[in-house]
Ligand binder design. Structure first.
Ligand SMILES: *[C@@H]1O[C@H](CO)[C@@H](O)[C@H](O)[C@H]1NC(C)=O
Ligand SMILES: *[C@@H]1O[C@H](CO)[C@@H](O)[C@H](O)[C@H]1NC(C)=O
Ligand SMILES: *[C@@H]1O[C@H](CO)[C@@H](O)[C@H](O)[C@H]1NC(C)=O
Ligand SMILES: *[C@@H]1O[C@H](CO)[C@@H](O)[C@H](O)[C@H]1NC(C)=O
Ligand SMILES: *[C@@H]1O[C@H](CO)[C@@H](O)[C@H](O)[C@H]1NC(C)=O
Length: 289
């Protein structure tokens, strides 16, 4: 019984050791959010993480990896190779890594990008690949892959009930699959060209944070603004939802000596007018609508 206090003390010591360690490491990590991910030709900052850019600096689904100067991203357990990241337009071009090999040898799994993060760029489209189709369909399809039966690549879902399997792919809008006999070389080169997506997590929500010398970070999927003083403190960033946006832009407001202003008059002078928390975000949403 007499060794209980020692035991408690030991636990306490361990606890405080770990506690200090974890505080110190998150403080250091935050300081590193200025660092960019770098791999071959590709450079990436917010909202990505990876390489020397710590996990807390990016969205958990946007963790980049670098191998032999090739950047990749894992989404829904599939590897995508990143061809280009444009941080001004917030877009990236990628292709499913397995499409580097023969199409017939791929897993026949869908290209599923989390819709809360990515939006397919307007120059690209989804196509459906149907396989193990009813041989009666053979007048509009072919049997290019051994073991996959009749395969058809189409934009519509007409074959849904005549085929045992299907998945989606993203291709350039200009790609038109052959109606009668699928040209695998043609399809494979379209798939390797990749597709472009827009990343929906913008830096707008973080502008105020940055201008008050905060650090834009993530707690899981939530965007937070952290202050790096003695101990890092992070506050959730306020992102307006659709209701708030509606309320905001349906209400008149005044700016300078002008009163009863309504959307969109605040846009040209948005530096000085409008609600500071919402203006940039609001501008973007409306423009897209
Ligand atoms: C770098 O970019 C150039 C042209 O943009 C491209 O030809 C080259 O393959 C790229 N290199 C790597 C390692 O990605
Ligand atoms: C990666 O690129 C750098 C500079 O472009 C080059 O020096 C290096 O050899 C490349 N590494 C690999 C594994 O290709
Ligand atoms: C598919 O992979 C197998 C073994 O991995 C290989 O023997 C075959 O040639 C490949 N098929 C094509 C069309 O590349
Ligand atoms: C298949 O596509 C490739 C690349 O687009 C093209 O060069 C080739 O001529 C096509 N083959 C046939 C049989 O149409
Ligand atoms: C992150 O989210 C996952 C799932 O929503 C949850 O299980 C996990 O506890 C969260 N982690 C933190 C650090 O909040």
């Amino acid at each position: 019984m007499h060794n209980l206090p020692t035991f408690c003390l030991f636990l306490f010591f361990l606890f405080s050791l770990f506690h200090n360690l974890s505080c110190a490491s998150s403080e250091n990590e935050l300081g590193w959010c200025q660092a960019k991910f770098q791999c071959g030709n590709i450079t990436a900052g917010f909202p990505f993480s990876g390489g020397i850019r710590p996990k807390v600096c990016g969205h958990p689904l946007l963790k980049l990896q670098c191998l032999n100067n090739i950047t990749s991203l894992f989404l829904s357990n599939q590897e995508y190779s990143v061809l280009h990241i444009d941080q001004t337009s917030n877009t990236l071009r990628l292709y499913r890594s397995e499409f580097l090999g023969s199409f017939c040898n791929t897993t026949f799994a869908a290209t599923t990008l989390p819709p809360e993060i990515f939006e397919l760029s307007p120059n690209y489209k989804n196509l459906n690949v149907f396989y193990l189709c009813d041989p009666k369909l053979s007048y509009r399809s072919s049997n290019p892959c051994p073991g996959s039966g009749i395969v058809s690549v189409t934009q519509n879902l007409d074959y849904q009930n005549s085929c045992q399997g299907s998945f989606t792919i993203n291709v350039p809008k200009s790609f038109v699959p052959e109606e009668k006999k699928l040209n695998l070389t043609h399809l494979e080169s379209a798939l390797r060209e990749g597709f472009e997506v827009k990343v929906k997590i913008g830096e707008e929500a973080c502008q105020e944070c940055l201008s008050s010398h905060g650090i834009c970070a993530f707690e899981n999927t939530t965007q937070v603004c952290c202050k790096e003083d003695s101990s890092p403190r992070c506050n959730k960033l306020h992102l307006p939802d659709a209701n708030e946006l509606h309320k905001l832009y349906s209400q008149p407001f005044s700016c300078g000596d002008q009163e009863e202003l309504l959307y969109p008059f605040w846009i040209p002078s948005r530096e000085g007018c409008g609600h500071p928390n919402f203006q940039a975000r609001l501008y973007r949403r409306i423009r897209r609508a």
